[in-house]
Every structure is written in C-alpha cells, then in structure tokens.
Design a protein around this ligand. Structure first.
Ligand SMILES: C[S@@+](CC[C@H](N)C(=O)[O-])C[C@H]1O[C@@H](n2cnc3c(N)ncnc32)[C@H](O)[C@@H]1O
Length: 198
C-alpha cells in the first residue's frame, strides 16, 4: 500500500486529515529511532535551541532532546504531536510542540542553534530557515531527490516535493557546507546537508 495515496498537496485541510489518519495507529509510522543522517552527524551540531520542522511523531526531536537540545517541533497533525509528546515522556525528556500549518508559518529570526527538516520539502520555508538560525547555527536538511522517480517507476506524491540534483547544495551555497551527499540505493534516493550560517 502507498502510505501517501490520499495526500495530494493541493488542499491543506484534506492533507492534514490524511496525515492524522495515517498517524492514528498505535505504532510509530516512521519508527522511534532518529533519521540515520541526523544520528550520524549529531556531534557536529551546536547544542542549544533546536527547531524540528514537520516533526511528525517526534523521532528526531526526542533524539535531539536526549542530546541536551531544547526542542520545539512544528507540525499540523495533532495526532503526530501527541505521539511525539508521548515518545518524549517515555524517554524522560520534554518537547515544546506547536500545531501550525507550515505553509503559513513564520520562524522567529535568529532564535535557533539548529533547525532540522527531514522529509518535508516546502521551498518557501528556506528563507525562513535561513533567518531563523543564529549566526553559527546549523541546518540539517534531508529529503528525497528526483532519482526517486526511477526507483518507483514515477509513482511519487508530487514531483515538486522531490529535490533536484544539487538543489540542496545550491540553496545553501553561501553557507559553510559541512556535509553534503546524494545517495540512491535503488529504493530510496535522498540528498542530505548540514550547513552553518555565516
Ligand atoms: C514525511 S513526514 C516526516 C516527519 C518527520 N520529519 C520525520 O522525519 O519523522 C511529513 C510530516 O509533515 C507534516 N506536514 C505536512 N504538511 C504540513 C504543513 N503544511 N504544515 C505542517 N506540517 C505538515 C505531516 O503532518 C507529517 O508529520
């Protein structure tokens, strides 16, 4: 079954309901463990205030909180946010959760040491991410690339939710890029970056 079969990107409220129904199950759809890229590079990140964009069920936010970050997570699925708080409680950490539609969200300027965006491409947020980091702060961004079209025979939610080859590096080219990679194992094609705001 395609996890995302009802999500179209054309109707925010309808999509929000589909995300809620996807998350409305006892198990964690994306698991409880953080994204491998975040875990692998955690030592590079300056500990402080972190913003987890499209936090989902909290796997990345909880990991950051356990590493000593003060984490705020934004998502528009209240069911996901409730599960994220539960995961935090189970791990004896806390998260600040914000229920908001990211298509209309403004990030507080120069407020964060780290901003994480995993598997959520909304290009209008890039300038907000850039503004929202403190100088010396770091963005951790990872999502699928257009190579995913070949992996799935073209079966993706929306082509414009896939990153173009080199796009992520180009978006942060004026920053200090600590890590950049594009990987395709034939099932999952993704680009990942860690960049520091000058
Ligand atoms: C693919 S999941 C990724 C979740 C999380 N980043 C992770 O790595 O586990 C995408 C998330 O984006 C959220 N989302 C999608 N569109 C959104 C919007 N316009 N505003 C806020 N959250 C949104 C969904 O509710 C979902 O939790």
């Amino acid at each position: 079954m395609n996890l995302y079969q009802n999500i179209t990107g054309d109707d925010v409220e309808a999509d929000r309901m589909h995300w809620d129904s996807l998350f409305n199950q006892a198990g964690y759809v994306y698991g409880r463990a953080p994204a491998a890229f975040l875990k692998e590079h955690i030592a590079l990140l300056p500990v402080g205030k972190a913003l987890d964009i499209a936090m989902g069920e909290g796997r990345n936010g909880v990991f950051l909180a356990k590493k000593g970050f003060q984490v705020t997570g934004v998502d528009y699925s209240e069911i996901a946010l409730t599960k994220a708080r539960r995961l935090a409680h189970e791990n004896r950490v806390t998260l600040r959760t914000v229920n908001a539609d990211l298509t209309e969200y403004t990030i507080k300027p120069e407020a964060y040491d780290v901003i994480v965006d995993i598997d959520f491409v909304l290009r209008s947020l890039i300038p907000e991410i850039k503004k929202g980091l403190k100088h010396g702060g770091m963005v951790v961004f990872e999502s699928q690339t257009e190579d995913q079209l070949a992996n799935t025979g073209g079966n993706v939610i929306r082509k414009d939710w896939l990153l173009k080859k080199g796009e992520l590096r180009e978006l942060f080219k004026d920053w200090d890029i600590l890590v950049y990679r594009e990987v395709n194992d034939g099932k999952d094609a993704r680009a990942s970056i860690i960049a520091r705001k000058p």
